[in-house]
Design a binder for this molecule. Structure first.
Ligand code: HEM
Length: 491
């Protein structure tokens, strides 16, 4: 073999090796669970199918039969789990299925630079410290900004009737719902106001929109390896993310510390700043956690609110009507919490369309047994697929795929009991569960109840006929570019 042939052979060998690693799972992965073909995850980028259709076509059968499967995702082979018993084991055995977020999995990526090491992704003592700092502010909060913002959202919808001088207006919901959720989280948890509902110009908001495009770029999410390369747009992305992080914390810091009553404020962000002032956490840890409160705190409610508005439109003659009647004269948060139709509707929305669908951020710390016979090697990424768990026929019966709020019960006592039981038994995993259960569930559901009640009292809505009824193709799960037609409620 001459020198030129060797030169030619090297790239071929490299391409062949990379191809092999993509097409086939590692040899030591368990053979007694199915392998989802590697190309499945790329299909939504080339075909017009959304992630729920993809699930039904390629994932449902193997996952319902085996409860776990091998899946290529985020440049590597992983194991995803859906069966409640197996999921309970993953959630419980935290030392073996150790949290390993992007900061460990893909530390060189733009997304890791954005969210860093935070309360959601950290493990062990560091996680305990973060959780102890933010818990109080996320469990005890002032709801008045949520009521105010719901009214502002209603006013913005109302202005469209005047602008267009019509009885029915068609509105794209994505931007509007995002603005509401940003204002809610900034005022309730971070102690400042993003002011996206009250002002047309918010430099921090514009900056956030810019970096979101860079972070959620589908190609780099699928192949984070490319963030290693000196691609100019990605280098700019890193810089932009760094500037945003810095500005956000300065903003929080300024607003809170300027407040002469700072020591009495109980925002989760105040507790983080106090922990920083006492040297319990450093500046980077402060920043990482403030960023994650902003990110999880607005994106997840944004997804659930979009889904809820979609389902209310889809079932406008049944659920929308009935819930409107139920809450028409209910203005108090505690009473909303006691409204059976509204709450069973929300729990069913969270079950049928879990806002975070596939989450893969655990890495096995040693070779271990999943269930009774699946041997997982050390260093394997293990995740969960909420859509699969929440639609499992063994847990939910033959109508598991149907949207049926009545399955939760008729009165508040049974509805609450069933919801708690479903979470404890890992039959609904949308908010995780156990020691690492979502700390924002209470806040997110309060936002839903208050906002939905306010909008229902003033408007009735249907799906815009021209809207293509599709969910997002991958990643977070919600109706894609939802468009609704609103009319004023006749009272
Ligand atoms: C509909 C809305 C929401 C959904 C569906 C949701 C879902 C989840 C899920 C699935 C996890 C576990 C993630 C994992 O396995 O790594 C989680 C954790 C967490 N969520 Fe939420 N979330 C929502 C809203 C919020 C809000 C509004 C906040 C407030 C900032 C929040 C704060 C957190 C925190 C701090 C954790 C980490 C808990 C821990 O590991 O100790 N979430 N959430």
């Amino acid at each position: 073999m001459n020198f030129e042939s060797i030169l030619l052979a090297i790239p071929l060998i490299i391409v062949g090796y990379v191809g092999y690693r993509v097409v086939f799972p590692p040899w030591n992965f368990p053979k007694n669970i199915p392998t989802i073909p590697f190309y499945v995850i790329f299909l939504p980028s080339i075909l017009n199918i959304d992630q729920t259709e993809l699930y039904h076509l390629y994932l449902k059968e193997p996952l319902e039969k085996y409860g776990a499967a091998k899946l290529f995702f985020g440049s590597r082979w992983n194991i995803i789990v859906t069966k409640p018993q197996m999921l309970a084991q993953v959630f419980k055995d935290e030392d073996v299925f150790a949290k390993s977020g992007n900061q460990k999995k893909i530390p060189h990526s733009v997304i890791a630079a954005y969210t860093g090491d935070n309360v959601i992704s950290a493990h062990g003592q560091v996680w305990k410290l973060y959780r102890s700092i933010v818990t109080n502010g996320l469990q005890h909060f002032d709801e008045s900004p949520i009521f105010r913002n719901a009214k502002l959202l209603g006013n913005i919808i109302g202005e469209r009737f005047e602008q267009e001088n019509k009885k029915e207006v068609s509105i794209s919901m994505t931007g509007l719902v995002q603005r509401l959720c940003l204002d809610n989280i900034s005022q309730v948890v971070l102690g400042f106001d993003f002011a996206t509902l009250t002002s047309d110009k918010s430099p921090l908001h514009d900056h956030l929109m810019r970096i979101k495009k860079q972070i959620f770029h589908p190609f780099f999410l699928t192949f984070p390896f490319f963030d290693h390369l000196p691609i100019p747009a990605r280098r700019r992305g890193f810089k932009d993310v760094e500037q945003f992080r810095k500005q956000l914390v300065e903003h929080v810091d300024d607003q809170l510390v300027k407040n002469y009553k700072f020591e009495q404020t109980t925002f989760a962000a105040s507790d983080l700043i106090r922990a920083y002032n006492k040297d319990h956490i450093n500046r980077k840890q402060l920043t990482d956690n403030i960023v994650i409160l902003l990110v999880a705190g607005h994106e997840n409610p944004q997804l659930l609110l979009t889904t809820s508005l979609y389902l209310l439109a889809k079932y406008s003659q049944t659920w929308q009507r009935r819930i409107r009647e139920e809450i028409m004269n209910v203005f108090d948060s505690k009473k909303l919490l006691e409204s059976p139709l509204l709450n069973s509707f929300l729990y069913e929305a969270v079950r049928v369309y879990p806002p975070l669908n596939t989450i893969i951020n655990r890495c096995t710390s040693k070779t271990c047994l999943l269930g009774t016979n699946v041997v997982i090697p050390k260093g394997t990424y293990v995740g969960y697929n909420n859509f699969g768990t929440n639609h499992d026929k063994t847990s939910w019966g033959p109508d598991a795929d149907e949207f049926k709020p009545e399955r939760w019960g008729d009165d508040m006592e049974s509805i609450t009991k069933n919801w708690k039981h479903a979470k404890n038994a890992c039959k609904v995993s949308s908010f995780h569960g156990g020691r690492r259960a979502c700390l924002g569930e209470k806040l997110a559901l309060a936002e839903m109840r208050i906002t939905i009640a306010e909008i229902l009292r003033n408007y009735e809505w249907t799906l815009a006929p021209e809207w293509d009824e599709k969910m997002t193709p991958a990643g977070p799960l919600a109706p894609l570019n939802l468009k609704l037609n609103f009319r004023k409620v006749n009272v």
